[in-house]
Design a protein around this ligand. Sequence first.
Ligand SMILES: Nc1ncnc2c1ncn2[C@@H]1O[C@H](COP(=O)(O)OP(=O)(O)OP(=O)(O)O)[C@@H](O)[C@H]1O
Ligand SMILES: [Mg+2]
Length: 488
Amino acid sequence: MYEELEIREALPEAASMIETFRAIGYSLETAVADIVDNSITAGSNRIYINRIWAGGNSVITIKDNGCGMTDDELIQALRPGAQNPLIHRDENDLGRFGLGLKTASFSQCRKLTVITKKNGETSYWTWDLDFIAECKKWNLIKWMPKEFEHSLDEVDSGTIVIWSNLDRIVASDISKDNLNAKEKFSNSLQKVRDHLSMTFHRFIEDRQISIIWGCHEINPWNPFFPLEPKCQTFPIEYLHGNVTMRGYVLPHRINFSTDKVYNSAKGLKGWNGQQGFYVYRGKRLLLSGSWLGIFHKEEAYKLARIMIDIPNSQDAEWQIDIKKSKAQPPINIREQIEQYAKSVRNAAEEVFRHRGKILRQRSGQEFHPLWLEKMKDGKWSYIVNRKNPTIATIKQIALHNPDIAIETLLKLIESNVPTKTIFINESKDEDSTEPLTSLDNDEVKTLIKALYESFVAQGRSSSQAKEAVKRVEPFNFFEDIIDNINDL
Ligand SMILES: Nc1ncnc2c1ncn2[C@@H]1O[C@H](COP(=O)(O)OP(=O)(O)OP(=O)(O)O)[C@@H](O)[C@H]1O
Ligand SMILES: [Mg+2]
């Protein structure tokens, strides 16, 4: 096509290209998950994660008993972008871009060594970013850390990924005895463990894999708690492209089987943060607790969680990113997702708002709320339930001790204002409730007149008393009535 024109090869500059890779924006947990993806795709059923604290020389390793690679395959695996993202992938393949092993590793460390075993042959190669910067070439080094020489002896086939010079996690000059740094290292890794238990929970539950953390197996964390008897499960919704959706409404706190399960259900981001969609690709969780830009997170919907399953053939439509931590639903199915999610959110709101009712059902006895909410002419109002037995008791006290009765009543009201319910109702309703809508006009007039007369009795003139009444909330909204007070 350009046969007659001059052509020059313009290869990417190795060192700067690598620095670009480092800036893709992985967290330690998404980086480790990307390496675990490769182990699962390689057919492994045991994945061992180890962290060795040695200050600036600390090391993280991820080892599997998967199919392993030949020497040529390993070199190919270590080449950035060795595979075209457009090629078809087996439905169980968790990869897409041919980059994860390199980008995830470089995001955390300056030295990546892979040792692998296949057909009884062991191979190893290392990328050292400092060496690349020095020689300005994509040169792999035939080197491995001595202490890992025998790390694949006990498996027939498998692979170990070794991250050393973890400059993004521990600075190189940190000593082994620095307890602060050690604690930070250990906290970061704690997050990785929790992330893996959520990201791969379906593989662990299906007993397809075990992830061994040090010497303990990681337990799965299923965000939907389907085994909780009071968890509501919605019917499956089918979407274009073999995508499915299933809603769950978690129980109210009082309906969890134990406090321990309730606390676990709170998850890494807390109740509010965990609401929303959970998008899975294959059985692997890509993103958790996000309304995907369709809704905002709100207190009222914190019990709603919706599972979305997409096959890897939908990667392009759903804009899966290199880190496997983002997804965007295609425009043509957003409406269907929104409608379905609305019904799940409504059910979640019901559970959240009516805990009083649930309590009543639970005890099988009549329940007496202190507040009742009423919708009148499209507006919410909140009234104290006169039938609550406490009110009758306070009335009795008022017969002999009116001051104590009033103080008790005010305290009772102050300490039980149904702020959550009001917040939810008002955030949905643009026109906020006007004051005193639960009082009729005659009651307002009677109160205004009584207050006006008490001000006059204290020695104020008629106009001073009117001005004084106008400065008492909530009568500031009723200036007309106050001005015509003498006609009342
Ligand atoms: N643990 C492993 N066992 C066997 N083969 C592996 C392992 N890790 C990587 N490979 C091989 O190396 C290749 C490159 O891995 P890499 O993670 O860079 O890209 P990918 O998995 O193909 O795509 P993605 O960028 O989406 O992760 C894989 O396709 C696989 O063939
Ligand atoms: Mg990969």
